[in-house]
Write a protein that binds this ligand. Structure first.
Ligand code: ATP
Length: 319
C-alpha cells in the first residue's frame, strides 16, 4: 500500500514594536482605547503545521532546543495557536481534519512583542494554504481580531496605525529600514497587569503627573521621512511608567542602551523587553555588543523593521 506522508506548511510571523502607544481611558468593555503605531521587526516565530490524527502543540526555542523561558507557554486549548485553528474551522466549516502545530519561538514569551499573536496569525495564514481555502484578507483579519487585539497586525505586518483596541489598522507610509537592538529581559510581565498598574498610577496622578502620549503625528512624520533621529525623538509608550513601576530594574536597561550610544530606548508594549533605535546596521551591532557586556538583559539581539506579516515560507529557498 502506498502511504502518503502529509506535507507540512511552514509560516514565519514577526514580533511587533509599538513606536507610539497612546493609552486612552478604560472602556465599558474592559479594554482601553488605543492609538498606536505598530512596526513589525525581524524577530520571528516559525510555525510548522502538519495534518495529523489529533491536535498537538509543541514549542521549542529558535534552534529547536528546549528553553526554560518557554515553560509558561501552554500546550493546550488556551494556546492562541490552538484557538486560531478552532476559530478558522468554525468560520469556514467542513471537515478539514486535525493538525499538529510546532512552534519554534524566536519572539520572547510575555515580552510585550506579541509572540502569541504572531503564532495565531501564523496558524491562520498556514491553514488557508494547507486547507486551500478561499478566504479574503479582510475576512481573515476579522477572524484574527476575534482572537486578540494584536493578531490582525501580526497578519498584516509592515508599519500600521492601530485604533480601537489596536485591531483597526491603517497602513502608514514608512521609508527605508530602521535598525533596532532588542534587550530581552529575564522573566515576563502580564499585559493585563501592566494596564491595571497604569490605571492605578493614573488614579493617584495628583502626586506625580503621568505623561500621556498625545497623537502619533510626530512618529508618522518621522516614518514618512525615513529619518531614524526624528523617530528616536518621537518614540513614546504610555505603558512604560507602569512597566517600570512593576520592574524597576528596566530603568537600568534603558540607561545602559542610551549610554551604549543608541539614539533612543523604549519599553516594548507592556514590556519587559526594551528596544533601542540605532542609526544603521553597524551602529546596531556596536550598541548590541556593548549592551551584552553590561549584563542588563537575558539576551541581546539586533533586528530590522518593517518586515512583512505572517507568511508561508518556501522551505527550499527559506524565504
Ligand atoms: P500581548 O500580546 O498580550 O502583549 P505579550 O506579547 O507580552 O502579550 P505573549 O508572548 O503573547 O506576550 O504571551 C502572553 C501569555 O500568553 C503567555 O504568558 C502565555 O501564557 C500565553 N500564550 C498563549 N499562547 C501563546 C503562544 N502561542 N506563545 C506565547 N504565549 C502564549
Amino acid at each position: 500500500m502506498l502511504s502518503v506522508v502529509p506535507s507540512p506548511v511552514v509560516v514565519r510571523a514577526p514580533a511587533k514594536i509599538n513606536l507610539h502607544l497612546g493609552v486612552g481611558d478604560l472602556r465599558a468593555d474592559g479594554y482601553h482605547e488605543l492609538e498606536t503605531v505598530f512596526h513589525a521587526v525581524s524577530l520571528t516565530d516559525e510555525v510548522r503545521i502538519t495534518p495529523a490524527d489529533t491536535r498537538t502543540i509543541t514549542v521549542t526555542g529558535p534552534s529547536g532546543a528546549h528553553d526554560r523561558a518557554l515553560d509558561s507557554v501552554p500546550l493546550d486549548s488556551t494556546n492562541l495557536a490552538w484557538k486560531a485553528v478552532d476559530a478558522l474551522r468554525a468560520h469556514v466549516g467542513g471537515d478539514h481534519g486535525e493538525v499538529a502545530v510546532s512552534i519554534a519561538k524566536g519572539i520572547p514569551v510575555a515580552g510585550g512583542m506579541a509572540g502569541g499573536s504572531a503564532d495565531a496569525a501564523a496558524v491562520l495564514a498556514g491553514l488557508v494554504r494547507l486547507w486551500r481555502l478561499d478566504v479574503g484578507r479582510d475576512e481573515l483579519s476579522g477572524i484574527a481580531a476575534g482572537l486578540g487585539s494584536d493578531v490582525p497586525f501580526s497578519l498584516q505586518g509592515g508599519t500600521a496605525l492601530g485604533t480601537g483596541r489596536g485591531e483597526r489598522l491603517t497602513r502608514v507610509l514608512s521609508r527605508g529600514t530602521f535598525h533596532w537592538v532588542i534587550a530581552v529581559a529575564a522573566g515576563e510581565l502580564s499585559t493585563p497587569a501592566v494596564y491595571r498598574e497604569l490605571d492605578t498610577l493614573r488614579a493617584a496622578e495628583r502626586s506625580e503627573p503621568i505623561r500621556r502620549a498625545g497623537t502619533s503625528d510626530d512618529v508618522l512624520t518621522a516614518l514618512a521621512a525615513g529619518d531614524a533621529r526624528l523617530l528616536a525623538d518621537a518614540l513614546v509608550n504610555d505603558l512604560q511608567p507602569a512597566a517600570l513601576s512593576m520592574r524597576p530594574t528596566l530603568r537600568r536597561t534603558l540607561r545602559a542602551g542610551t549610554e551604549a550610544g543608541a539614539l533612543a530606548g523604549i519599553v516594548s508594549g507592556s514590556g519587559p523587553t526594551c528596544v533601542f533605535l540605532c542609526a544603521d546596521a553597524d551602529h546596531a551591532v556596536r550598541v548590541a555588543a556593548e549592551l551584552s557586556g553590561e549584563g542588563v538583559a537575558r539576551a541581546v539581539r539586533t533586528a530590522t523593521g518593517p518586515v512583512p506579516g505572517a507568511r508561508v515560507v518556501d522551505e527550499q529557498t527559506g524565504g
